[in-house]
Design a protein around this ligand. Structure first.
Ligand SMILES: *[C@@H]1O[C@H](CO)[C@@H](O)[C@H](O)[C@H]1NC(C)=O
Ligand SMILES: CC(=O)N[C@H]1CO[C@H](CO)[C@@H](O)[C@@H]1O
Length: 289
């Protein structure tokens, strides 16, 4: 009997760690709050140079290293709109989680990006630094890192949540993340032949490297912005003649990929779901982390 009980306890414990179906709605909302703390602050800093909704940190520390990005007028409107959407998501999730809502965790908006870029590019990164705040391309590549992850995270949350209202809310938020991701992917495809400096790598290849990294640590479930037909580095300015667009990342039923919390964590922690780092140097707040 004892060993049976121990076994049950072990299995139950494992289930808590690996099977998100055991999480209750507020656990899931809190997981999402952490992601929205990241996105809301990143876009507000990029658009305005400050985070204008300090109360939404709920006592958590302001993100480190965010600043106004040098953006063209067109991309500035994208940054402002994404900031508005992600801030509304954060406010909404705080409302539905109510008293159970966690404060924003410590977030790194400066060292995280170059670390991820180095992990994605490997030796191609050289000793170059990367800042999302330098120009349109760097900002949009950085936003690309987040939006597909958000979309897949909310798709993963829907079946875990209990009740149609909660599921509808998660689907609604995930839909907006997917709109953002689609916009970014289209822009990056159209500008696929721009060389990302100082790396000397075309946007289309840069995006592929980021997608490959997310796939490697995040359970597959990722695609770049082209249907690869050739070596992107080879074609120079005529690259778009050699590639077909793959704006929509989706499975073989053309359904959005759904990531588990562990797969999402591995991406935002910078490689390992069990080791805080990357954008969340002290880990997430809440019970899913
Ligand atoms: C965020 O702050 C701005 C500027 O103060 C304000 O207009 C907006 O209503 C706030 N949004 C939320 C969701 O609190
Ligand atoms: C309530 C709670 O869990 N707060 C923690 C959130 O995360 C930061 C670090 O990122 C901790 O300092 C807080 O204690």
């Amino acid at each position: 009997m004892t060993s049976f009980r121990v076994l049950v306890a072990i299995v139950a414990g494992l289930a808590l760690i690996t099977v998100p179906a055991k999480a209750d709605n507020n656990d899931v909302f809190n997981f999402a709050i952490n992601l929205e703390c990241l996105e809301s602050q990143f876009y507000q800093y990029a658009a305005y140079g400050e985070f204008r909704n300090a109360s939404l940190l709920a006592g958590g520390p302001p993100a480190q290293g965010g600043k106004k990005a040098l953006l063209s007028a067109g991309v500035q409107t994208i940054a402002a709109e994404f900031a508005r959407d992600e801030t509304a998501h954060l406010a909404f999730l705080r409302k539905v989680a109510g008293a159970a809502a966690v404060p924003c965790p410590q977030i790194d908006l400066v060292n995280s990006f170059p670390a991820v870029i180095k992990a994605a590019l490997g030796s191609r990164a050289g000793n170059s630094n990367f800042s999302p705040y330098d120009n349109d391309v760097n900002f949009l590549l950085s936003a690309f890192l987040f939006e597909d992850v958000g979309a897949t995270a909310f798709a993963g949350a829907v079946p875990v949540l209990v009740g149609g209202v909660a599921q509808g809310a998660a689907a609604g938020i995930g839909g907006v993340e997917a709109y953002h991701g689609g916009l970014l992917r289209q822009w990056l495809f159209e500008n696929g032949d721009i060389i990302v400096q100082p790396f000397g790598i075309q946007v289309v290849s840069f995006v592929q490297a980021l997608s490959d990294l997310r796939a490697k640590v995040g359970g597959g479930k990722d695609e770049g912005i082209t249907i690869p037909a050739a070596d992107a580095s080879f074609y120079g300015p005529d690259i778009l003649e050699f590639f077909q667009a793959n704006i929509v990342p989706a499975d073989s039923d053309a359904k959005i990929f759904a990531r588990t919390p562990q797969e999402v964590l591995a991406i935002v922690y910078g490689g390992n779901a069990n080791q805080p780092g990357g954008f969340f140097p002290a880990g997430l707040n809440g019970s899913i982390k």
